[in-house]
Write a protein that binds this ligand. Structure first.
Ligand code: C5P
Length: 307
């Protein structure tokens, strides 16, 4: 049994747009957002074992039940295997933590898929989706990937036409921002539930045809730029460096730029690095995938994946 080891690659995301439509009775916020998967991957592998255990190559990341991978595996085992299914899970992190790139959520989606197959539970999307929602608002997106609209808490996903193979430069400041804190600051300013209109999301349908990323908005930017002004300065530097659009991703702290396909983002990376030496930058691209089986067809080949 233990020779069977399965591996998934879990992508990061950015939000191409994000509108906060109002506060919900459950304390969450009603969102209308467009997610886009990007080619920065965590790698999660699993093999059968007694009990559920997670280890991770990032020592500062908790591996107990605060970690969504651990929670996802336990949830599946308890609800669909009478608590009897066990696994040892290995998580190799590339996606920065606390950066608004959805790494923990993507890993959780990966854990659902990998344990479902490892334990031969045979669950389909209709069973996995409610678990994904329960784990976190961003988790369902990673079961779909590509370009997709998220409504409700951001957890009701519908696919959109793929935004195309664009070059993206991610900028990560040397600090994380807690999503909960950003939404708390937004909540202080919201007076009513809004009118539900989300122009930026409607325009998302046109991007692939018109190559137009100029109209992107993130409704969390105002409070985040106010609290962390360096992020606004980085956004401005990306625009100066030739980005078609530059935006906060989710609740931050990542700020990213989208660049014309032919030129890529290498020159822009040099430009912003000279001005923001403390920031980490990552050149990447949009991808069509959500969580995907490792190229080896799901069988671990000993390389640890190619993230
Ligand atoms: O769902 P998740 O645990 O990732 O969300 C983290 C926090 O972000 C929530 O506890 C909530 O404070 C805030 N949030 C929100 N509205 C959303 C998504 C997240 O207020 N739609």
């Amino acid at each position: 049994m233990s020779e069977r080891r399965l591996t998934v690659r879990c992508p990061a995301k950015v939000n191409l747009s994000l509108c906060v439509l109002g506060r919900r009775p459950d304390g969450y916020h009603e969102l209308d957002t467009v997610f886009q998967a990007v080619g920065l991957w965590d790698v999660l592998s699993a093999e059968r074992a007694q009990g559920i255990r997670l280890d991770c190559d990032l020592p500062e990341l908790p591996v107990d039940e605060r970690n969504l991978v651990n929670r996802a595996a336990r949830m599946l085992s308890e609800r669909f295997a009478g608590g009897g299914a066990g696994a040892i899970l290995h998580l190799s992190k590339q996606i920065p933590v606390g950066g608004g790139l959805g790494g923990g959520s993507s890993d959780a989606a990966g854990a659902l898929l990998v344990c479902n197959r490892l334990w031969q539970l045979g669950l389909g999307p209709e069973e996995l989706l409610p678990l994904a929602r329960e784990l976190g608002a961003d988790v369902p997106f990673f079961l779909t990937g590509g370009t997709a609209r998220g409504t409700g808490r951001g957890d009701r996903i519908s696919s959109l036409p793929y935004a195309g193979d664009r070059a993206v430069l991610l900028g990560l400041p040397p600090f994380a921002i807690a999503t909960r804190e950003v939404f708390a600051r937004v909540a202080e300013r919201l007076t009513d539930v809004g009118n539900g209109v989300s122009v930026s999301v409607l325009s998302a349908h046109k991007w692939p045809q018109e190559n137009d990323f100029g109209g992107l908005v993130n409704g969390l930017e105002e409070v985040v730029f106010e609290g962390w002004p360096e992020l606004r300065a980085f956004r401005d530097a990306l625009l100066e460096a030739g980005a078609r659009a530059a935006l906060l991703s989710g609740s931050g702290s990542t700020v990213y730029g989208v660049f014309p396909g032919s030129t890529g983002s290498a020159a822009a990376e040099n430009f912003v690095r000279a001005r923001f030496p403390q920031w980490r930058t990552v050149q990447t691209r949009f991808v069509r995938d959500g969580v995907q089986w490792d190229a080896t067809g799901g069988r671990f080949d000993g390389s640890g994946g190619d993230a």
